[in-house]
Ligand binder design. Structure first.
Ligand code: HEM
Length: 312
């Protein structure tokens, strides 16, 4: 019990470098730990519709955000819920979120420049910086608010994020049992998303709905688009599932990936230099304007994010 599941699986992964997959036991259930990147891609991308059922069983009455997420949904319910998610992330919708993400980049640059000007020896933890940036994007895209993550350590979305990552001792034990013995999930009534986070997100949605109605605001953003699905109006409960999922699925994953990228770029200066050159050339060519269409032509940047370069 002294090692986390990540350490245990990490060890198995490293012990069998020449094998595409390794047989394991998860308590009493046999499983396969897949090592080969092509095989992983086949499972989570090309053939995902055959591998969508996960082991976790979360009671959607206790934890509506995680319990109604496609991640925990099975079979027909997965199909329906996944279809709603897929529509929310069509290329048209991603395009409409892109400007907010660019604004997040500007705020990040401003934050680092201001700190560096005030203190040339300014240092920051990569994960802290990545969290500020990703939470800015999540807050502005999903909730339509100015998340203030660079200005205020106790900004609303930062408090929510801390609450998500710091489960109570009781919940941590229960979640561990749930992952290891999923059949217990039905009886444990454990929430992955803490109830106070669910409540707070719901209040934020209600406040935003009221604000937009009172001020007759039309923005054509994600928040607005999730109020309707196939001509049907979504209520606050459904919006909570969509926005909560955006928060839960998008925050820890993206901020962790970004902090590792920042770390790797810091210790692989040749790759950092090459990437900076590509970005400088790109900005010069497009007169400093970054748009969704041309952004995708940054092939070295995309390669860095995909971990393509071998010393990354
Ligand atoms: C670097 C960032 C990310 C990583 C590494 C990542 C990784 C993953 C993984 C490993 C799964 C599990 C697939 C399975 O069931 O076996 C997953 C599922 C999912 N992710 Fe992400 N994710 C990232 C970002 C995001 C973002 C930004 C969103 C949305 C805003 C998102 C939404 C989802 C959803 C909805 C599912 C459930 C899919 C389904 O079961 O149909 N993810 N992600």
């Amino acid at each position: 019990m002294k090692k986390s599941p990540n350490d245990i699986y990490g060890n198995i992964y490293r012990t069998f470098p020449d094998y595409p997959y390794v047989g394991v036991y998860i308590v009493n259930r046999p499983g396969l730990l897949i090592r080969d990147p092509e095989l992983i891609k086949s499972v989570v991308q090309q053939n995902f519709s055959h591998f969508h059922n996960n082991d976790l069983i979360v009671d959607e009455k206790v934890d509506p955000i995680f319990g109604k997420n496609p991640f925990t949904s099975r079979d027909e319910l997965w199909k329906q819920r996944r279809a709603v998610h897929t529509r929310q992330f069509s290329s048209g919708k991603l395009k409409s979120m892109f400007n907010s993400v660019v604004q997040g980049g500007d705020r990040l640059t401003k934050y680092v420049t201001t700190e560096m000007n005030a203190n040339p020896k300014f240092t920051t933890e990569a994960n802290e910086l990545a969290s500020k940036y990703i939470l800015y994007n999540v807050g502005i895209c999903a909730l339509g608010i100015d998340p203030m993550t660079f200005e205020d350590d106790n900004a609303e979305v930062r408090v929510i994020a801390r609450d998500i990552l710091q489960p109570t001792f009781y919940n941590a034990i229960m979640q561990f049992l749930m992952f290891m013995l999923p059949s217990l999930g039905k009886f444990l009534s454990v929430s992955i998303v803490p109830p106070k986070v669910t409540q707070r997100l719901k209040s934020l949605i209600q406040e935003q709905l009221q604000y937009r109605e009172q001020h007759k605001i039309v923005r054509n953003d994600f928040f607005e688009s999730i109020q309707e699905y196939k001509g049907e109006k979504f209520g606050v409960e459904e919006m909570l599932v969509q926005i909560g999922s955006f928060f839960i699925d998008g925050y820890v994953t993206s901020s962790t990936a970004l902090s590792f990228i920042l770390y790797e770029l810091a210790v692989n200066l040749d790759i950092q230099k090459r990437l900076a050159e590509e970005i400088d050339e790109f900005l010069a060519k497009h007169k400093g304007e970054v748009t969704y269409e041309v952004f995708q032509s940054l092939s070295y940047l995309n390669g860095v994010f995909l971990g393509k370069y071998h010393n990354i």
